[in-house]
Write a protein that binds this ligand. Structure first.
Ligand SMILES: C[S@@+](CC[C@H](N)C(=O)[O-])C[C@H]1O[C@@H](n2cnc3c(N)ncnc32)[C@H](O)[C@@H]1O
Ligand code: SF4
Ligand code: SF4
Length: 437
């Protein structure tokens, strides 16, 4: 990992994944930088030291300007939100309603309220680009000083829209590519084969890489590949395609590629077999030839450990039930197309976790309100952390870390936690945004 401290004089290193624990340089380098970078938001880190978890406000929220999508990926994480929790089943029968497409007034109010607390925006969905209001809203977000990024299936972009995304200086535009062979792309995303979206996605990804390379601005172009049996055999072809793009437009034109097995969220229909993860790792895992080739082409290849470890969990890895409730919900929220704020972004639009409406109510009032208290109490009573918190997610990771903090507090060792945070700030690179946490 990249570090800021001097490697010559330092003898012990704070380990980002283990609170108040130090190790040698090798142990430090083996850990994930991002897992410790939350300490740079010192106002929130201080609230953690004071055990004021419920007062933490989001670094960014996941904002769905629409639940509509032109794809119907069987494995879609927001399938429940779009199928069961909308007023209509927009997964199978797309229809625009105020509950499924955010209208201009609401979007304006949401941005104003987010700007009051400088909360960043991850544009997600549904397919966020299916709501054309997203483009002017992204420009306004930039005027308001908000950090933003976009997750898109890449099928509906056009040259003018691509230019707008770069004008809005998004931190990154992440295309969910998933496959490059047309019939695999079609099957993995389950759209009408006559639509020919595979070619449009590849053309748009090429245009993004070309624009990024030409403009040399701060907006990175990334690619996501979520894998199950439907696209497993297309991984090498996908890696080769990315290498060609990077070679054509130069190092950094495709800034990063994140590869993960599909995760079994709510009603997501994933097709995983006992050896799927092993075959996935053989194809693009850290020791595979394609992983090396992509890195040589200048692509930062990410295969998140936490997405793999859940596949082979033993009972000893499972979290133990306690009455602490959720300690991490404040850090990352979610906003539905109706502007309802969800307690955290790991509930994927579940109405049981709504805390109030961001179009009508400022964040400060929502944080002090009854809706948030009720949702937090619901998370505590259902022991959400041990029962339904996705174990590959941020919320789960931070709940684990903050429980370690609380154990140390009980032992009278909170000063060690404070020293560990201070030391992390001395050796980790300062993050430019929170989207990778
Ligand atoms: C729900 S999508 C919404 C944005 C956009 N439609 C897209 O596909 O990028 C947001 C991200 O979640 C990822 N995702 C969806 N379902 C998943 C699953 N079951 N496991 C892992 N990642 C998933 C998608 O690949 C995408 O990167
Ligand atoms: S493209 Fe994105 S929102 Fe649409 S179905 Fe696929 S994962 Fe879900
Ligand atoms: S425990 Fe996880 S899923 Fe539950 S509210 Fe907290 S972060 Fe969200």
């Amino acid at each position: 990992m990249n570090t800021t401290g001097s490697t010559r004089t330092r003898t012990r290193w704070p380990l980002p994944d283990q609170v108040a624990t130090w190790g040698d340089l090798e142990a430090f380098r083996a850990s994930r930088v991002e897992s410790g970078q939350w300490v740079f938001w010192e106002d929130r880190a201080d609230l953690v030291l004071q055990a004021r978890y419920d007062d933490v406000k989001p670094l960014h929220i996941e904002l769905s300007p629409t639940y509509l999508c032109n794809f119907a990926c069987p494995w879609c994480s927001c399938r429940s939100a779009r199928e069961d929790w909308s007023d209509d089943d927009v997964f199978n029968h797309p229809r625009a309603t105020p509950m499924t497409v955010m209208r201009k007034d609401k979007l304006d109010h949401v941005l104003t309220h987010l700007a009051e607390d400088q909360v960043g925006i991850m544009w997600v969905g549904g397919e966020p680009t299916m709501n054309p209001l997203m483009y002017p809203a992204a420009l306004r977000g930039t005027e308001l000083g908000l950090q933003q990024c976009l997750f898109t299936n890449g099928s509906l972009l056009q040259p003018k829209r691509i230019a707008t995304l770069f004008d809005a200086r998004l931190a990154f535009i992440r295309v969910s590519l998933n496959a490059v062979t047309p019939d695999v792309h079609q099957a993995h995303h389950d759209y009408d084969p006559r639509r020919g979206y595979a070619k449009r996605v590849m053309d748009n990804l090429r245009a993004l890489a070309e624009t990024g390379a030409r403009r040399q601005g701060s907006t990175k172009v990334g690619v996501s590949v979520v894998v199950d049996e439907r696209n497993l055999d297309d991984l090498e072809a996908t890696a080769e395609h990315l290498c060609r793009l990077a070679e054509k437009y130069g190092h950094g034109a495709v800034s990063y590629a994140i590869f993960r097995p599909a995760f079994p969220l709510n009603t997501a229909q994933i097709d995983m077999r006992p050896d799927t993860v092993d075959r996935f790792l053989n194809a693009v895992g850290p020791d595979s030839p394609w992983n090396r080739r992509m890195r040589e082409a200048g692509i930062d290849v990410v295969v998140p450990e936490q997405s793999l470890s859940t596949q082979n969990e033993t009972p000893a890895d499972l979290p133990v039930r306690d009455d602490m409730g959720c300690l991490s919900a404040g850090w990352f929220g979610e906003i539905t197309p109706n502007a309802d704020m969800v307690l955290c972004s790991d509930q994927y639009g579940n109405p049981d976790y709504f805390i109030g409406n961001v179009a009508t109510t400022p964040l400060t009032a929502l944080w002090a309100g009854e809706g948030r208290r009720t949702a937090l109490e619901h998370a505590r009573q259902t022991s959400c952390y041990t029962t339904s918190c996705p174990r590959n997610g941020r919320g789960y990771f931070f709940n684990r870390i903050f429980r370690q903090v609380e154990n140390l507090r009980r032992q009278g060792r909170i000063h060690e936690v404070a020293a560990w945070m201070e030391d992390l700030r001395a050796v980790l690179p300062r993050p430019t945004h929170s989207f990778f946490l």
